[in-house]
Each structure stands twice: as C-alpha cells, then as structure tokens.
Design a protein around this ligand. Structure first.
Ligand code: MN
Length: 231
C-alpha cells in the first residue's frame, strides 16, 4: 500500500522489564466509578458508569523510574488530575461474558486521566461533547504496562496520588463500583474490543487542580509508581 505521506508511528506504551512496546489501538475511559468521586462530581454514586474516549495518540508514556513531563495545555485554567488503574486489552471481543473477561486482559498500568475541568464543566452545562475537556493531546500519561503473567494485582490494592508530596487521592480497587471484568463486559457491548485497547477505570475522590511546576506521583500496589512533572 502506498500513502500520500508517511503514516505516523503507532502510539505505544513500554512494557515493564522488556524492550517491546504495547501498541495502542483505542483509549476508553469509565466515568464515575468510585462512589465518593461520583458524589464530588455531583452524582449520587448510584448511577451506572458510562464511557468516553481519548485518541490513541493522547498517551504520554513514562518509562519505569523516569519522571515524565507534561506541558500545561492550552485553553484551560483548571487542569485536574485523576489517578486511575488502566486495563490493557490483549484479546479482542464483543459482548464478552463477565465470567470470561479476565482472559482478555494483557496487563495493567497506572494512568492519569488529565482533564481540562473548566472545558468539561462548560460542555456538561451546554450538553456538548467532552472531547476538548478530556481528549486533548498528552491527556493520558501512563506508566509501563505490567503483563498479567508477571504482576500480582490484589483485589484490594491501594491506589493513590500525591502532588508535591501531599496526598491528594487515595482508595482501593475494591471500591470500584463496577469491577474490572464488569467494565470489560460492559464496554464490549458498545464497541468491538481489540488488542491494543486501553481502558481507564475511573478515579477515587480528591480530584483537584495542578499548575506548572507541580510533581505528581501516582501509585498502585503491585504496579509501582508513575511520576509526572507539569511544565
Ligand atoms: Mn477519569
């Protein structure tokens, strides 16, 4: 096949302890999947979770032990952090049975669903799409992917985010309203999941603004840490 110009390199995320990369197909994100965060966003905590998307090349990969750099984005005065567990899909499927859903997981990573909250809030008010608030360039910083064969992700693993050393968000994965298998099953009702899909699973309470110079340090027990400097 000949192209009118060279196609861009695929978006990709490093794999922990390996030289190979995980090629990114799509990025799905679950909204309001922890009760206390759903409440801080104005909900009751009982609504069914829903999905939105970011472009695949919104990933900002951060290698093990490195401090990533994210430029403060344009057109916002309220850039907020959302620390999240990310599911990396290795086997595609549609209408996946929740009981078999974990067979579709290739690995897990720590991600940040960075959000231009002012643009998202305005879009909500006007009934407009969230794309500019959620799906902007470099809006998905992500640490290396840990293959399921090599990581022990406990059901009650802790998830936390510190900003400049101060704890801002913390919770445990058993606080997810919809579990990992349920998220995969539900997402696959709307979209044909494919190898390379990433699913951001929602954030615990405590989302807040960051400014240039801030150091974000996210952690999930069993998956190490993710460090990011806003510049
Ligand atoms: Mn989120």
């Amino acid at each position: 096949m000949q192209f009118v110009f060279p196609p861009p390199a695929p978006a990709a995320v490093p794999v922990v302890g390996d030289s190979v990369f995980f090629p990114v197909h799509r990025i799905y994100c679950v909204g309001r999947n922890y009760v206390e965060h759903a409440k801080e966003m104005g909900g009751t905590g009982r609504e069914a979770p829903f999905f939105f998307m970011k472009p695949a090349d919104a990933v900002l990969p951060v290698a093990s032990g490195a401090v990533g750099q994210m430029a403060y984005p344009s057109r916002t005065g309220d850039l907020q952090h959302e620390i999240e567990l990310v599911i990396a899909i290795g086997k595609g499927g549609q209408d996946i049975d929740p009981d078999l859903a974990l067979r579709h997981v290739w690995g897990y990573a720590i991600g940040l669903d960075m959000t231009r909250r002012d643009l998202q809030s305005e879009a909500k008010k006007l009934g407009r799409p969230w794309c500019t608030g959620k799906g902007f360039d470099h809006s998905a910083p992500i640490g290396p992917i840990h293959p399921v064969s090599q990581c022990a992700l406990a059901a009650n693993a802790g998830i936390e985010l510190k900003v400049n050393g101060a704890l801002r968000q913390h919770g445990t994965l058993d606080q997810l309203i919809w579990s990992i298998p349920e998220i995969i099953a539900h997402c696959s009702k709307f979209y044909a999941l494919q190898p390379g899909d990433l699913i951001f699973t929602g954030t615990p309470a405590g989302v807040a603004a960051v400014v240039a110079g801030d150091l974000l340090e996210g952690g999930i027990a069993g998956l190490g840490s993710l460090s990011l400097r806003i510049v």
